[in-house]
Design a protein around this ligand. Structure first.
Ligand SMILES: [Ca+2]
Ligand SMILES: [Ca+2]
Ligand SMILES: [Ca+2]
Length: 283
């Protein structure tokens, strides 16, 4: 080979070996290190109630498996009627159902699901009628009626109806019991006697306590004993007499054959909500 040609070839080789990408490409490569592999949303719970708010957190998952919390994400609800989410990740239940939220960062996104359960207003479930004194013998003929004033069905499984005698055994609604919206349920002392008297089956057939004819207190309670509603009849039972807020030590009262019935679903917790009249079980 010509000596001059050898020198030129060597110079070209040096030139290529020292070649670098222009500076402008460097920041782009740095942005991709370490590579974002995916995203994840973490929720503290997977079931919330209507109107309840919890905080969702978004994380990027890096190629090395590490997670980093990120705040500069776009939050969206994919089921806006069920859940809403603001740009801080605050998730609020809007209506019952399963809702999805999405967090997006650049081209990566994650979706999380959560269930929204009904917020039940137990103050709108109330005792609506008590038939405590049948004509003649009361044996097995007494009944208690409840009313659900909510516009949605209410699960009453495990909830209790009880008279005002300490130590008497409450009636406990069996698993799966529900009261339809703006509807009644009847709990009878005996379904056979109830059928003889009213020609229909009660919703629930048996309670073991008896209702005093000379003053009685009837409770509707949650599973844990929290009182949801109470009615004091003729001053209430000796163990649980009416207090001053009830307003009358004698009312409501019904003659034999009639029952005491709620006339006011805007529950004031006083005798004014009640009157007496012919029995109307289930309506
Ligand atoms: Ca009675
Ligand atoms: Ca009687
Ligand atoms: Ca009724």
């Amino acid at each position: 080979m010509n000596r001059n040609l050898m020198i030129i070839s060597a110079s070209i080789a040096v030139l290529f070996s020292s070649c670098k990408y222009p500076e402008a490409y460097v920041p782009l490569m740095k942005n991709r290190e370490p590579k974002v592999f995916g995203m994840e949303i973490i929720l503290p719970v997977h079931t919330i109630h209507e109107q309840e708010t919890v905080r969702a957190e978004a994380y990027v998952i890096l190629a090395d498996g590490k997670k980093h919390a990120v705040t500069e994400v776009l939050w969206e609800s994919l089921d806006a009627e069920i859940v809403s989410v603001d740009q801080t990740g605050a998730v609020t239940g809007r209506s019952p159902g399963r809702g999805r939220i999405r967090a997006t960062l650049d081209v990566k996104a994650a979706v999380a699901e959560l269930d929204v359960e009904r917020h039940i207003d137990y103050n709108r479930i109330m005792i609506s009628e008590v038939f405590y004194d049948a004509t003649g013998s009361d044996d097995g003929k007494e009944f208690i009626e409840l009313y659900n004033d909510n516009d949605y069905p209410c699960d009453v499984s495990g909830m209790q109806v009880k008279d005002g005698a300490i130590g008497s055994k409450p009636f406990v609604f069996p698993e799966g019991s529900s009261i339809n919206p703006r509807s009644y349920v009847v709990v009878a002392s005996s379904s056979d006697r109830f059928f003889e008297l009213f020609g229909a089956e009660p919703d629930y057939g048996y309670f073991s306590f008896t209702l005093n004819n000379s003053g009685e207190t009837v409770f509707f309670m949650k599973n844990d004993g929290t009182v949801i509603d109470v009615v004091f009849i003729m001053g209430g039972a000796d163990d649980f007499p009416s207090d001053e807020t009830w307003g009358s030590a004698g009312l409501p009262a019904a003659p034999a054959g009639d029952s005491v019935e709620r006339i006011n679903t805007d529950d004031t917790g006083t005798w004014h909500d009640w009157a007496s009249g012919a029995p109307s079980p289930g309506s």
